[in-house]
Ligand binder design. Structure first.
Ligand SMILES: C[S@@+](CC[C@H](N)C(=O)[O-])C[C@H]1O[C@@H](n2cnc3c(N)ncnc32)[C@H](O)[C@@H]1O
Length: 742
């Protein structure tokens, strides 16, 4: 089914539609959500679309239904006209169709397929040139048109217009023309054969079963399980009797329309989400819609909507709003207008720290502070209570190409790698009251020398507000973080990631279990001794720290698979030495595995040093990758890095399909090590965008870009333009459609 078209409907016709039809027919006692109880005098529900209207969404969007019409008898559903106020409305039926069974087709819009099966006394069924009773023809046509968009898009524009603008007076003429057209269309006959084939459609019918399946479909729809709803509706159609003697016209129509609604739910939900400024959700829904869409015109419409979302998103940044969630955006607004209240509070194990008496929404501006100017020292050695001023530096020409609008021409050769470089060290009086966390909830960056802090997640009132002094979970394992903090800042980290077992630390530098079906991790250097509900971590002989073990009922599936022993043996003493699987206790020779892994990694990394890469080098690197995967844990950082290196090499030789595959593999690992909204994922997604654009896959590029942008906004808010100007340039390029495959 194609998405609702964005075409304006002439006012007079629209007015006719809006004014004409009354009366919801008896039928469904419990329509799917938002569909109004048929026959009820209550106004239809407004929940989602009211929100749409109040968010100032364009009216053509507000007018679309996000519910199944379950109109059953031909008049439920929504009018897809411009100028709607965003409330639910009855679907109106053009006057020309009120006389009996009939249909009108408007290109590109499922919602505009009108069914008027029982609006008035049906005329006597007429035999047609096809030899079917007229009512059967109509419903077979309906079935055809609803389930096979191909047929709909085959109708010439002129005929579509004639049908669309038809009046009661010329109904016989227009429907005859339509039938005449279909009669001469081989595709139509093929579809008719399929529909009337007893094997496929007309035998083994059971109306009771069809009703039951339709009910199950509706129940799924109510729960928003659209895929399953679709399955039930399709099964219902297979069971419903379709012949002139037994066919329950209304039942057939209802199932088709509900099925169409289920198929279309993603699209409509995407539109509603877009109107609510939930851009990430909107992109997800539209991608689902795109994957189900079979027609080129429908796909084009969805792609068009994706681009529009991108533009809207851009406007939102202009307005200073940040992430894609409406609630967050509202909270952010408050947060920005009324500066977040901060309190310096005592903490149990880190001295003083910062918190707020209020909840803080993601991307809120927490703090801005100029340094004590006299004490700004270039790359000075003073570390305690001073903060390193860092800048993001491009490591290749990718960003420059974006800014110049030349990314596509570069054919993915430059992948927009970024690195952080320290340019100065300074003292910030209030800034130095923020404690460190290896999984911070605040991101620190600099506008010139001013320190800016922004929340990257929701922070509950009273919770510690902490930034990272450098080391972070995902980037390095626990012993390394502890060492760095001790060496540079002279404290032993007590943050939550250094106090409780977490997945990332177990896998980041790990070897893989030799048992092929085991996801267990093997540390190459740390030993764990489990006593009661704690794991004591040591490196060689020296103690690193003590971790509490999370409740097994609360740990995620991955952590349980990776470190089963931690949970199975809680309460008793157990040692897990390095080289021993944390899940099944299998052993590997650590020194051999590590040495071989190093050799393989450096072979692959040679690709990075070469400006010209040839295919034989890549083939060698792929072989090394294969071997490396046998040694390293699938979520290990080394694998993420080499996947990234190989992606870049493939991009350089112009094999974008392979570049994409490896870039995506790298992102998947990084999502395990960090989290899906970490800024490192955003930088990787920009590389992916560059690859996708080189492939000419604009739709996927837009989706990846939106994800990246949402993360950047979380970290930099409206400052993203100043810190990462290429993001804005890239958005402009994508949304004005100027990038084409080279
Ligand atoms: C920049 S100051 C932060 C404010 C400090 N807590 C205070 O009371 O003034 C850095 C010091 O705070 C403590 N600290 C900060 N983060 C910590 C952490 N994650 N674990 C333990 N101590 C921490 C350490 O003593 C560190 O040297």
């Amino acid at each position: 089914m194609g998405p609702a078209c964005r075409r304006a409907i002439p006012t007079t016709l629209q007015q006719k539609r809006e004014g004409k039809l009354e009366g919801w027919e008896e039928g469904e006692s419990r329509p799917p959500p938002g569909g109004r109880a048929v026959g009820s005098s209550k106004p239809p529900r407004r929940r989602e679309l009211q929100a749409t209207a109040s968010s100032g969404a364009p009216s053509h969007r507000a007018a679309r239904s996000s519910k199944p019409s379950d109109l059953e008898r031909g008049e439920g559903g929504l009018n897809s006209s411009h100028g709607a106020t965003g409330s639910w409305r009855k679907r109106t039926v053009p006057p020309d169709l009120e006389r009996g069974g009939g249909l009108a087709v408007r290109h590109g819009s499922w919602a505009q397929i009108k069914i008027a099966g029982s609006l008035g006394p049906s005329p006597e069924p007429k035999d047609t040139s096809l030899g079917f009773k007229a009512d059967v023809i109509h419903h077979l046509l309906l079935r055809t048109l609803l389930s096979m968009e191909r047929l709909k898009s085959a109708v010439p524009a002129e005929l579509r217009q004639a049908v669309g603008e038809g009046t009661a007076a010329n109904l016989p003429a227009t429907t005859s023309r339509l039938l005449g057209f279909f009669d001469g269309l081989p595709l139509f006959h093929q579809i008719m054969r399929e529909i009337t084939d007893p094997e496929l459609a007309l035998c083994r019918k059971d109306k009771g079963r069809a009703v039951e399946l339709k009910g199950q479909g509706n129940a799924c729809f109510s729960r928003r399980e659209f895929r399953q709803a679709l399955v039930f509706y399709s099964q219902a159609l297979r069971n419903v009797p379709i012949n002139s003697d037994q066919m329950d016209v209304n039942l057939v129509a209802a199932i088709y329309v509900n099925r169409a609604s289920a198929m279309h739910a993603w699209y409509r939900r995407g539109m509603v989400n877009a109107s609510l400024k939930k851009y990430s959700s909107a992109v997800h829904d539209l991608e689902s819609a795109l994957s189900m869409e079979v027609t080129t015109s429908g796909k084009d419409n969805i792609k068009q909507e994706l681009k529009l979302i991108l533009q809207k998103h851009g406007n939102m940044i202009e307005a200073g709003a940040s992430n894609g969630d409406r609630k967050d955006a509202e909270l952010l607004h408050t947060g920005q207008l009324n500066k977040v209240v901060l309190e310096c509070i005592p903490t149990p194990d880190k001295g003083r720290g910062m918190a707020s008496p209020n909840d803080i929404s993601p991307a809120s501006l927490i703090h801005v502070e100029e340094p004590l100017a006299a004490l700004v020292l270039l790359i000075c050695q003073i570390k305690v209570n001073s903060i390193a001023i860092v800048r993001m530096k491009s490591m290749d020409r990718g960003h420059e190409l974006i800014m110049n609008g030349e990314l596509a021409a570069a054919n993915g050769a430059a992948l927009c790698s970024m690195e952080q470089v320290r340019v100065a060290q300074a003292i910030y009086i209030s800034g130095s009251l923020f404690n460190h966390s290896c999984q911070p909830n605040v991101h620190a960056y600099f506008l010139s020398r001013a320190l800016v802090l922004r929340s990257t997640e929701f922070i509950e009132s009273g919770s510690p507000i902490e930034l990272s002094y450098g080391p972070q979970v995902g980037e390095m394992d626990l012993p390394e973080r502890q060492r760095l903090l001790r060496d540079n800042y002279y404290f032993s980290c007590q943050c939550s990631s250094c106090s409780e077992l977490n997945l990332s630390d177990l896998v980041v530098n790990s070897l893989r279990c030799p048992q092929s079906n085991c996801l267990g991790a093997l540390s190459e250097s740390s030993n764990y001794s489990i006593k009661e509900n704690f794991a004591h971590v040591s490196l060689n002989e020296s103690r690193v720290c003590k971790l509490s073990l999370p409740d097994v009922s609360k740990v995620d599936e991955d952590l349980e698979k990776v470190g089963k022993s931690f949970f199975q043996h809680s309460g008793i003493c157990l040692n897990i030495e390095c080289g021993c699987c944390m899940s099944c206790s299998s052993h590997v020779d650590v020194s051999y595995a590590v040495a071989r892994s190093c050799r393989l990694t450096s072979k692959i990394n040679r690709l990075k040093e070469l400006t010209v890469v040839d295919n034989s080098l890549i083939t060698g690197a792929l072989q090394s990758l294969k071997q490396l995967k046998k040694l390293r844990h699938p979520y290990s950082r080394i694998l993420a890095q080499v996947e990234d290196t190989i992606a870049e090499a493939f991009a350089k030789v112009g094999d974008q399909e392979q570049a994409r595959k490896h870039c995506e593999a790298s992102i998947q690992i990084l999502e395990k090590l960090y989290h899906s909204k970490h800024i490192i994922i955003a930088h990787e997604l920009i590389k992916l965008v560059s690859i996708l654009l080189s492939m000419g896959d604009e739709v996927s590029a837009v989706a990846a870009f939106l994800r990246a942008e949402a993360i950047f906004l979380l970290y930099y808010g409206s400052d993203v333009k100043k810190i990462l100007p290429y993001v804005d340039a890239l958005r402009g390029t994508i949304s004005d459609g100027s990038i084409r495959a080279p």
